[in-house]
Design a protein around this ligand. Sequence first.
Ligand code: GAR
Length: 225
Amino acid sequence: MLTNPVQPLAIVVLISGDGSNLQAIIDNIASGQLSAKLVAVISNRDQAYGLERARRHGIPTQVIAATLHPDRTAYDQALMQCIDSYSPQLIVLAGFMRILTTEFVQHYAGRLINIHPSLLPKHKGLHTHQRALDAGDNEHGATVHFVTPELDSGPIILQMKVPILPNDTAEELQQRVHQAEHQLYPEALRRIATGRVQLRGDIVYVDNSPVTAINRFIELANHAK
Ligand code: GAR
């Protein structure tokens, strides 16, 4: 449990792909807007472009390929061992596209967070942009939440909405959500790093006030469309 974070907050980031959220975090640290240190970036895919982003900034990288492990339990054991060797305070999932075992999630209870491209509890799982369009939603967005064993269901820390415009394609919507994510994740991390966020039971508190379905949104700066 992350009660009194030591600054700078030591973070391990897990990725599977492009790593644009990782980049946003790196940029916020570099500009002094986030007091954190990325102690490692770990990927399940050796081709993940995010690894290149990390290397460019001198952040240690590791690849743990699923093919080298007989099952999910063995994979997650190896992943835990690797993560723990860096002694992070917080583990940040940034497009890490694997289902995690309950054992893994419980090992990091209260210090494992994820970003999901929808306004949870809406549109858990994959293809959220197309599903928001198919549902006729007029807004979409992104959520940062603590990870619990049930997929995309943990206590919500912060959300950001984006509009759905007439004739949007899933790709256009995805791009808009990505822009929102690049503000949302660093802001959520800032709140955690400065000790403002606490998880008590399954309720998130910010500055000692419970996060609710009403107050958990932040606005997108300079409304990029
Ligand atoms: C992000 O949109 C993130 O919300 C999503 O993967 C993308 C990764 O982009 N995560 C999930 O769908 C997890 N359920 P990035 O590699 O450019 O940061």
